[in-house]
Design a binder for this molecule. Structure first.
Ligand SMILES: *[C@@H]1O[C@H](CO)[C@@H](O)[C@H](O)[C@H]1NC(C)=O
Ligand SMILES: *[C@@H]1O[C@H](CO)[C@@H](O)[C@H](O)[C@H]1NC(C)=O
Ligand SMILES: *[C@@H]1O[C@H](CO)[C@@H](O)[C@H](O)[C@H]1NC(C)=O
Ligand SMILES: *[C@@H]1O[C@H](CO)[C@@H](O)[C@H](O)[C@H]1NC(C)=O
Ligand SMILES: CC(=O)N[C@H]1CO[C@H](CO)[C@@H](O)[C@@H]1O
Length: 439
C-alpha cells in the first residue's frame, strides 16, 4: 500500500520548471497574524538574500550538502562547557539555517529577516557600524528608545558565551574555530507577528573576525531549548511551545508558517516523547527506535541509535541541517537495504558528490520510515529523493554523518521535514508530527 503511494508520487513528480505557476505572496505581513509568522526559504523569490547567480540545481544541492558537514560539526560541538566550535575549511557555520522569518526590533520597530534555528539559543542581529558583517542592513540601536545594554552584574550576563566587561556593559564573543562574532549583550522589544516581547535579550553584533562570511545576513532567532533562547525568554507568552511547517525548497514560491505558543496548534498530530540531553542542552532530542525500508525493519547497531545523556548521543530534529545524517553504521545499513529494494533490480548505482546512492535511470524507490515511540515517520518520495534538473539523476537524499564528529548525533533534517507540521511541546515533553502541505 505504502509502496503504491510512493510509486504514484514518483509518477506524479513534476519537474520544477513545469510546476504550478504559483505567484509568491511576498508580503511578509500578510499572514503575520496572532502568533503565526510566515516562513520562507532563504532562496525564495521573496527573500532579499536569494542567490544572485543561479547555480545549476546539482551544484546547489552539493553545496547544501557541503554546508551541512560544517553544521554537523557545529551541532556535535554543542557539548556543555565547550565554547570553541570548529569550522570547516574557513566556511562560516552559524551554518546553513535556511529558513527566514520577519522580526521587528526596537521602538519604533525596525524590520529584520532573521534565520530560524531550532538548535541555537543565542539570538543576534548585526548592529550599526558592525565591522566585518556581510550586510549593511542590520539593527540600529541608537534609533530605538527602548534599547538597553545588559549590565555586567546581571544574572543574564553569566549565561552569555565568553562574557567580558567593557565599561560596565556585558560583551560576548562567540568563537567558531578561526572565526568569531563579538558585540554587546543588549535588550530591546522584539515583535514577532502581533506579539511584543519586551526586554528581549540578544547579541548586538559589532564585529566579525576577518575572513568569515557570516550567514544569515540579518541575524538569527534562537529557538533552541536552552536558557537564553526565545522560548526561555517568553515563557509566560509562548510556554515553550511552537510548531512549524517548512515549505519545500523545490517550490521556492511557497511559504510555510512558524506558530508560537500553545494556542491554535493543530491537534491531529501523532506524538513521541521529546527528550532533553544535558550534554547538548539546546537540542530537541527524540528516541529513534528503528528504521524501516519498505516493510523491512533494518538491523541497526543499538549503540548507534541509543539516546545517551552522558555522552550526548542520540537523534535530534533540526531545522538548520538540510539532509538527514545518520551515524555511519546506521546509514550503511539503511542504504544497503534501500539499494536492494530499488526497482528495477538492474538499476546501476552511481554517486553524486556526497550522495552515494544515485541512479541515472528511472527507478521505483522503497519508502524509508523512522520509527519513534508513538510515531512512524514515513518519508514520502518528494522528501526522500533528490532529482537533478532534467530528471536524469535521482539520489537518496540522506547521508552518513561526518566521521570526525564527537559522539553520535543522528539528525532528522529539514528536507525530510518539509511539508510536515512539527510541534515542539516542552511542557508536555512531546513532539508532534503530521503531514501538511505548507502554503
Ligand atoms: C515563482 O514565481 C516567479 C515570479 O512570480 C515566477 O516567475 C516563477 O515561474 C514561479 N515559479 C514556480 C516554480 O512557480
Ligand atoms: C551600549 O553599548 C554600546 C557599545 O559600547 C554603546 O555604544 C552604547 O552607547 C550603549 N548604549 C546604551 C543605551 O547605553
Ligand atoms: C574573540 O576573541 C578571540 C580570542 O580572544 C579573538 O581572537 C577574536 O578576535 C575575538 N573576536 C572578535 C570578533 O573580536
Ligand atoms: C509503527 O509501525 C509498526 C510496525 O513496524 C507498528 O507495529 C506500530 O504500531 C506503528 N506505530 C504507530 C504509532 O503507528
Ligand atoms: C564588542 C563591543 O561592542 N563591546 C562594547 C560593549 O560595551 C562596552 C561598554 O559600552 C564597550 O566598552 C565595549 O567596547
Amino acid at each position: 500500500m505504502i509502496s503504491h503511494i510512493l510509486f504514484l508520487q514518483l509518477l506524479l513528480f513534476i519537474p520544477p520548471t513545469l510546476s504550478l505557476n504559483h505567484q509568491p505572496n511576498c508580503d511578509l505581513n500578510a499572514h503575520n497574524q496572532g502568533s503565526t509568522l510566515k516562513i520562507f526559504h532563504i532562496d525564495s523569490p521573496c527573500s532579499p538574500f536569494k542567490p544572485k547567480t543561479s547555480l545549476p540545481w546539482e551544484a546547489r544541492v552539493l553545496q547544501m550538502l557541503a554546508d551541512d558537514e560544517a553544521r554537523l560539526r557545529y551541532l556535535s560541538s554543542l557539548i556543555a562547557g565547550k565554547s570553541n566550535i570548529p569550522v570547516a575549511s574557513g566556511r562560516q557555520i552559524l551554518g546553513t539555517p535556511t529558513y527566514i522569518v520577519k522580526a521587528r526590533v526596537g521602538t519604533p520597530a525596525q524590520s529584520l529577516l532573521v534565520a530560524v534555528d531550532t538548535s541555537s539559543d543565542f539570538t543576534w542581529f548585526p548592529c550599526t557600524g558592525c565591522v566585518g558583517c556581510p550586510s549593511k542592513t542590520g539593527f540600529s540601536p541608537e534609533k530605538s528608545t527602548t534599547f538597553k545594554n545588559v549590565s555586567c552584574n546581571s544574572l543574564q550576563c553569566r549565561q552569555v558565551p565568553n562574557p567580558t566587561c567593557g565599561t560596565g556593559a556585558c560583551a560576548f564573543n562567540l568563537t567558531y574555530g578561526s572565526s568569531s562574532l563579538a558585540g554587546n549583550f543588549s535588550v530591546d522589544t522584539l515583535r514577532l507577528a502581533a506579539d511584543p516581547i519586551p526586554s528581549f535579550a540578544f547579541g548586538c553584533v559589532r564585529r566579525v573576525s576577518a575572513g568569515a562570511t557570516v550567514t544569515p545576513p540579518q541575524g538569527l532567532l534562537g529557538l533552541g531549548r536552552g536558557s537564553l533562547s526565545l522560548l526561555s525568554q517568553s515563557q509566560s507568552l509562548y510556554k515553550s511551545t511552537f510548531s512549524y511547517c517548512l515549505p519545500s525548497f523545490r517550490s521556492l514560491n511557497f511559504s510555510g508558517s512558524l506558530r508560537l505558543g500553545p494556542t491554535a496548534q493543530p491537534i491531529r498530530l501523532k506524538f513521541t516523547p521529546l527528550l532533553r540531553n544535558p550534554r547538548r542542552s539546546s537540542l530537541y532530542y527524540v528516541k529513534l527506535v528503528g528504521i524501516r525500508v519498505g516493510r523491512k525493519v533494518v538491523d541497526l547497531p543499538p549503540d548507534a541509535i541509543a539516546f545517551n545523556p552522558t555522552t550526548g548521543a542520540g537523534t535530534i530534529i533540526d531545522s538548520g541541517t538540510v539532509f538527514t545524517r545518520l551515524a555511519t553504521p546506521v546509514y550503511e545499513a539503511v542504504r544497503n537495504e534501500f539499494r536492494k529494494r530499488v526497482k528495477p533490480r538492474s538499476a546501476v548505482v552511481s554517486s553524486l558528490g556526497g550522495f552515494d546512492t544515485c541512479y541515472s535511470t528511472s527507478i521505483v524507490a522503497p519508502t524509508v520510515t523512522f520509527v519513534f515511540p508513538g510515531v512512524n515517520l514515513t518519508i514520502p518520495a518528494e522528501n526522500l529523493l533528490i532529482h537533478s534538473t532534467l530528471g536524469s539523476t535521482t539520489c537518496l537524499a540522506i547521508a552518513a554523518a561526518p566521521d570526525n564528529v564527537n559522539s553520535v548525533v543522528n539528525v532528522i533534517a529539514s528536507m525530510q521535514q518539509q511539508n510536515h507540521r512539527v510541534l515542539i511541546d516542552v511542557p508536555n515533553s512531546r513532539l508532534g508530527l503530521a503531514r501538511e502541505r505548507c502554503s
